[in-house]
Design a protein around this ligand. Sequence first.
Ligand code: HEM
Length: 404
Amino acid sequence: MADSSAPEQFPPRRDPRCPMRPPASLIEKNDLPLTKVKQWDGLEPWLITKFEDVRAVLNDRRFSADPRKPGYPEKTEAYGASVGQDRNLRTMDPPEHGEQKRMLVRDFTIKRVEEMRPAVQNLVDTLIDKMIAKGAPADIVTDFAVPIPTMVICEILGVPYEDQDFFKENTEVCMSSDRPASEALAAADALSDYLDKLIDVKDANPQNDLLSRLVIDELRTGKTTRKDVVEMARLVLIAGHDTTANMVALGTLALLTHPDQAAVMRSDLSRAELTLAVHELFRWVNVTHTGRRRVATEDVEVGGQLIRAGEGVIVMTSIADRDERVFPDSDKLDLRRSNARTCMAFGAGDHRCMGAYLSQTEMEIAFGTLWKRLPSLKLAVPFETLKFREEGVVYGVHSLPVSW
Ligand code: HEM
């Protein structure tokens, strides 16, 4: 007989009838005391879901983001196999973490992103022009959602956009839980080798881009190593396109399945209202559905539960964003929800997403334009036939055929 007190397997699968909703068994945990779960490698970390607990853990430096520490709950076998080799700021603790973040943040400040706004608008307009010229049906994933953040991050980083198929394929392999570790490691190596060669190109002929600046300011001056530059660039390349691409695709699907909310998006929203609407999509869709991972370095009490030093935690930002205490009627997509900006989709604390403002801006321009220019947008296939990226570390949909 099954032991009812044994930790549940994590992650549970979504209900195929509502693939846009996180699993009910996780949302229910918001009303229960903290519990442990069992993950792929047999490790049993604590599952943190309530908004207040999630915020507390992500802001508490007694929890480490370093996967080399015993007890750290790795997301997938592939992530586990590459521990130590792919170190970057995402997996570093202060003070090392701050030193690396400092090298990157200036390309992602509000001022810098605002300067890019006209170019992003131009890009979005061009993609929609192409969709119209080609005629329906179009695939929102390949024709719209992937090119926007990919082109933008290639431009910022100084990576040739022509190589996008190579990034997309290798990123998908790295970020899947159903691929053998050897394949994921080979894909990660391919991306690293590619960026390593690009460092030589930038060194010989520096341009006005992030990779050139890393080479000139940090590598040549001996402030960092070549390996660190490669890993920083790889993090920015992957984080910069995969999450936003999936958000644009699933955000479009969310609006296609909520015509009343699509009407809000088509209406004349002020900039502030558009920002709020986009944050509600971040909250409701929440693509980073496998949680932030940490390990306690000291005994810490969270939500009345003692977590011992060396115990891992899975911090479910996506479930915190369904916490009824903070977001009443949280299953409802409401683009006018007044506190949507407090959502946890970008994490919190030292590791809060560096690209949050960039992504927000891309989403504002993408949605603000798409629904105005193609007001009759509709799904071109039955909803039940869509294939979701359940296996992805980042949630998404493989393709999204639409017509208008
Ligand atoms: C839909 C869009 C995005 C979502 C939902 C998202 C989500 C997140 C989350 C939840 C974290 C926290 C990781 C942790 O606490 O362990 C994070 C970190 C990070 N994100 Fe994003 N992200 C998005 C877009 C971007 C973009 C466009 C970039 C561009 C470079 C980016 C770069 C990063 C980096 C470098 C980190 C690591 C920050 C650190 O460890 O200090 N992200 N992101």
